[in-house]
Design a binder for this molecule. Structure first.
Ligand code: PGA
Length: 234
């Protein structure tokens, strides 16, 4: 399997900035890199971005989907509706959604089931807080998140994103990642990517680890140079 380079734009960039970023990335060779590049823009950008990346091999991802199939769910977008716009991947249970939107493990599992049924690949985020880590609870927290958030069947990917590393500049060492990934894969034998302050200059240290199936990138996905450097580190 190709290593995944996933860019999570979160709620950043204007329409124009997003289109220019993608154009610039493609012009500078993003589609010629060895990994599987997946761009996850805000939902409203999906239709235009689908056109911008057509034929490049770059995949389109969403940042969330509904836990329901259809109906009276104002403001939500179903996995099937995303698939209609060429979306093939969906990030679920991101730490920001868990903390800002009160999303539970059960919600994440229901969303993952919807995503699988619609033919999308769910990327299910898990991660311990700084307190969990300091008090030696990290493995217990991760085990519970995996057991309760993941669908029993179906293909999905886990994203290990320690909360203390997201947007902070702090990150585990590659050796720590190797150990924690071994633990995660002992709980559920699936592909696992790392996310949390990955930068252009250190992406190769992570992507060089055999156990790691890719990276989930936030801040550094918003600029051509840093995202390209990460994608070229595979
Ligand atoms: P960051 O975000 O790379 O800015 O730390 C990662 C994420 O939240 O997915």
């Amino acid at each position: 399997m190709k290593k995944m380079i996933i860019g999570n734009w979160k709620m950043n960039l204007s329409r124009q900035e997003g289109l220019m970023l993608v154009q610039d990335l493609i012009e500078k060779g993003l589609n010629d890199t060895k990994g599987k590049v997946i761009l996850c823009p805000p939902t409203v950008f999906l239709p235009e971005l689908q056109q911008s990346i057509a034929g490049t091999g770059i995949a389109l991802g969403a940042q969330d989907c509904s836990a329901f199939g259809k109906g009276a769910y104002t403001g939500q977008t179903s996995a099937k509706q995303l698939a209609d716009f060429g979306v093939s991947v969906v990030i679920l249970g991101h730490a920001e959604r868990r903390s800002l939107c009160g999303e539970t493990n059960a919600d994440v599992r229901a969303k993952a089931q919807q995503a699988c049924e619609a033919g999308l690949l769910p990327i299910i985020c898990i991660g311990e807080s700084g307190d969990d880590k300091a008090s030696g609870r990290a493995e217990g927290v991760l085990r519970l998140q995996i057991e309760e958030s993941c669908p029993e069947t179906g293909v999905f990917v886990l994203a290990y994103e320690p909360l203390w590393a997201i947007g902070t500049g702090l990150k585990p060492t590659p050796k720590d990642v190797d150990e924690i990934f071994t633990f995660i894969k002992s709980v559920r034998e699936v592909a696992v990517v790392y996310g949390g302050s990955v930068q252009g200059h250190d992406a190769a240290d992570f992507l060089g680890l055999e156990i790691l199936d890719g990276v989930l990138v936030g801040g550094a996905a918003l600029k051509t140079d840093s995202f390209l450097q990460i994608a070229q580190s595979v």
